[in-house]
Every structure is written in C-alpha cells, then in structure tokens.
Design a protein around this ligand. Sequence first.
Ligand code: ATP
Length: 448
Amino acid sequence: MDDLVSLCKRRGFIFQSGEIYGGMQGMYDFGPLGVELKNNLKQAWWSSMIYENDNIEGLDASILSNPTVLKYSGHEDTFSDPMVDCRECKSRWRSDLLEDDKCPGCGSKDLTEPRPFNLMFKTNVGPIDDGDSFAYLRPETAQQIFTNFKNVVDSSSKTLPFGIAQIGKAFRNEITPRNFIFRVREFEQMELEFFVIPGTDEEWHKKWVEIRLSWWEQQGVCSENIELYDVPKDELAHYSKGTIDVMYKFPHGLEELEGIANRTDFDLGSHTKNQEELNISANVMDNNSSNTRLAIQDQETNKWVVPFVIEPSAGVERGILAIMNEAYNLEQLDNGKERIVLKLKPHLSPIKAAVIPLKKNNEDLVNLAKNVKNSLQKLNLGRIILENTGNIGKGYRRHDEIGTPLCITIDFDSLENQTATVRDRDTMLQETIAIENLQDYLIKKING
Ligand code: ATP
C-alpha cells in the first residue's frame, strides 16, 4: 500500500484533500493522471452497461436528496454502523471491525456499549436554517433510480427485464475512514438497478455475478485475487434477500470491491406505499385493479407487477485501488537496475501515448512530433502528450511508472524517412513504424 500511495502522490494520481491545511480524513482528490484513469474506468463501465445493452438506460440524478425518499427507503432508520467510544482515549470506532474488542488507538478494553450511528450527511436547503429545511447528501445512487423508475419507463418504453444505470457521487459519514481510498466519506458509485419479473430474480442474480466478474477481469483484476462472499442472512442490508459480495485481495486484506444484491421489490414497493399513504396523485395505472404507481406491465400476462431488482453496485475508488494494485510491478532489469511499471490495460491508461522528440530545441523534430501528437489525438482514444524534455531515458521511466502503453520517439530518421521508433511499455521492445501507420497501430494497441 505504501508503494502505491507514494506513486499516486509522486506522479499526480491522488492527493489528500486540502493537504496544504493538514488534509481532511476520508477525502481524496484525483490529480491530472488520476482523473484520466477514473474517467476511463467509468467509461468502461458505462459502455459495458449502456452501449452494449439496449435494455439498459442511463441516468444522472441529483445528489441532494429529499429526506422523504430516504425515510421510505429505510435509510433514516437503518443506514447506520455500530459505534463505540473508548473511555480511555476518547476515540470512536466501528465496533464490528474491532479486534478482540480492544480500542485500536490505545488498546484499552474500556469501551461503551455499541450504539447505531447513522452514516448520512445532512445539509441545509435554502436561506433559513430552521432544522426542517434539510436534505441528505445521497448515501447511494440507487434511490434516485427508483424514484425515476416511472419517468424512465414512460419515456423509453421499456419492458421487463431492463435496467437503469448511474455513476455518481455518494456520501457516507464513515466512523473510521481508512486504507487510503478504500473507505472514504465521499466516493463514486457505479450502480445498475436491473428490473426483472419476480420469480426470475435468483437466476438473474447469478447471471449478473458472472457478468460482473468477467468485467473486472477485462479491467485487469485477476480472478485469482477475487473471492465471492455469500452474505449470511443476519448480515444482509435491510432491503436485501441475498447479496454476493465480490471480495478482492486489497493490499490491506480481503475486502468488498462490489456488492451484488437482490433488492427484491423492497424499494419500488416502499415508495409506492408512501405515495399511496400521502395520496399523491401520480399517473394511476389505467387498467385492472392495480393502482400501484411504480409498476410495469408484464408483456406475457398483461398484469401490472412491481419488479424485483438485481443491483450490482461497485465503488469507483475501490476499483481504482484494485486496478492499480494489479498493475503495479517492480521489475529487475538485465543491467542490474530496477524499474517500476504500471501495467494498466491500455484502455484505462491515463495517457495513451507519449510523443518524444529526440532533441528539445530542434524545431524540425519538435514540429514533426507536434504533428504526430495532433494526428493521434484526433482519434479520440484518450490523452496523447508531447513530451518535450529532451531526455528520452527519463521520459521512458516516467511513462512506465504512469502506465503509458507506447512511447513514440521522433528522431533524425523520422525527418528523413517519415518513420518513428515505438517503444512498448511492457516488453520494452522498440519497433520502427511508418508515421502514416501510427494511427492504426495505436487503435490496435488501445482497443485490442
Ligand atoms: P462496506 O461493508 O465495505 O462498508 P457496503 O457493503 O456498505 O461496504 P455498499 O452499500 O454495498 O457497500 O456499496 C456498494 C459499493 O460502494 C461497495 O462495494 C464499495 O465498492 C463502495 N463503497 C461503499 N462504501 C464506501 C466507502 N466508504 N468508500 C469507498 N467506497 C465505498
């Protein structure tokens, strides 16, 4: 973990938030390379969900959440962790994560009884803070998917099974944020709510576990470092009938990377009940006996059903940590030296190629390098940079460490023959490629 944290800071992936004022626990900022990596991971998820499945739609809903939504979703009452205070050193801890019931701070066993601590952040809405005018920062992205269920169904004519997917910030006032970006207070989730006919839910649950495992593998997370945890009944979240946690061997231990829950009809059912209780005059269904608002017609039986929901929910930050952990390699070279190389899958690499002129003050070389950069950038595969430091060796080292798949050197032969020397990050082999073929070469490298 220390090596990863150090690389992240040194090369501009991840910084502690507000570091110049001492930082804030459980919050991190993504730097120039981190934001590229994060965007690439989110794009890979978005493509795999929405672009590759015509029966999944996207959503980008508000973060500030109406308290009523989180009341009826059960979060106000149950979204808490058990907290204890240490009477000795006055620190606070999550009691279910303690070892031998000892305070991790001072080792004392003089702890209070555990009491529930609600993890939701509150903020005031509007100019008057009278205690009633508050909103929550959403603790998961899922609820806005449920509250928009009917909007999406009506506007996109969906039939079961279908999904709504969203990527966005979630906030949890974790009692003890720790392990770098593993457990933080502000993070991003990539969540799919997949709506199915009740009775087919268990089969779909299994399918989604398989789909998600294969997706993580495509992102470079080796299946050998993953274990599935079938969450026992007494540990299930209030909405879940069954949850499979995808556990990854993080540098600090085996922990949850993604949760895949069978949320049944809990959320849609609960919001429907709330609407009925409040007598909200939503578009009442126009057929048979059902006046259920958050329901959909089963095409086969024509009956209105409240669908069951399968929810694969992954954390972006935990994904980044797992992917960087997999990619980080310290290699011994033949010349007795070492190199750090980040063997990221090329589609995730923050920089796809670095174009390096052999001499930084030679106008012809630099101009040709600029042209090559511009022509590759136009492909829209991600960021291409012109690395005009005049030090090829240093350039290679930096780009190995940040996971750039290709370094393209422009030298005097390039001026004469219109060729470039392309160095592969993983093999360190160099090839001479005609400049006119560089676009195709890069496309193959990035897209496989
Ligand atoms: P944990 O048991 O580790 O607290 P959880 O079961 O509460 O996690 P979920 O509610 O299932 O987590 O959230 C779905 C995903 O969101 C998790 O698998 C994880 O990747 C991510 N996530 C949840 N809490 C955090 C956090 N505090 N920091 C970073 N990512 C988080």
